[in-house]
Design a protein around this ligand. Sequence first.
Ligand code: T5A
Length: 211
Amino acid sequence: MTQGKFIAFEGGEGAGKSTQARMLAAALEARGIECVVTREPGGTPGAEAIRALLLGTEGEGWHPRAEAMLFAAARSDHVERLIRPAVAAGKWVICDRFVDSSRAYQGGGGGLSDAELCELHRIGSLGLLPDLTLLVEVSPEVARERAALRDVDGADRIGGRDEAYHAKVAAAFARIAEAEPARFARIDGNGRAETVHQAILAVLTPMLAPL
Ligand code: T5A
């Protein structure tokens, strides 16, 4: 049995995280590593139900503190029911967004303090952190183009927030990654999907070598 790992993708809207998560899982599976690709908010039935509450565009939406608690509650269910058991069973969990999205969106964008968000994460998920967090970064122009491809039927509640909000989110991601260089790898996501994928595989090489 391989040793389980927990890899998270982070970044702004349309950075290419889901595309890269799928490509990474396929590359790992080809090496005989069993992968679970999952996402936040979501990944379990309960967390997917919370996702619908958070991202649906009906009604007035949530106050920033309620929003942060809903993300933490969804994450708690996801961690306990899916992520921890899969890693314990020797699988590699590849997660599209995790706690750093809360720190960047509800913190950098929404104004909650980083200490408050980390405390919510400690209560909800016992502070679980990924073995590696891949921050996929693209220019605002590329983000706009890709988000437009994604949002042909309209943006969700958070993706549809204004450019100033998303600029604060991007700055917060950069700050968080700079503060924790051992856990983060910053990936230039502006190129072709295959180019970005190769950069990610290069970062993962040391984790693959002992297998
Ligand atoms: N949120 C989430 C919080 O506020 N707090 C939290 O704690 C968490 C967990 C989630 C929303 O919730 C917020 C953040 C979000 O606003 P989501 O639907 O998961 O909603 O939103 P995103 O994570 O932004 O998901 P997307 O799927 O839209 O973006 P991705 O995954 O970054 O991008 P991807 O791979 O789907 O690609 C988007 C488009 O670009 C193309 C793809 O084919 C696709 O059309 N593309 C490329 N094109 C050219 N070159 C490349 N290299 C490309 N890579 C992808």
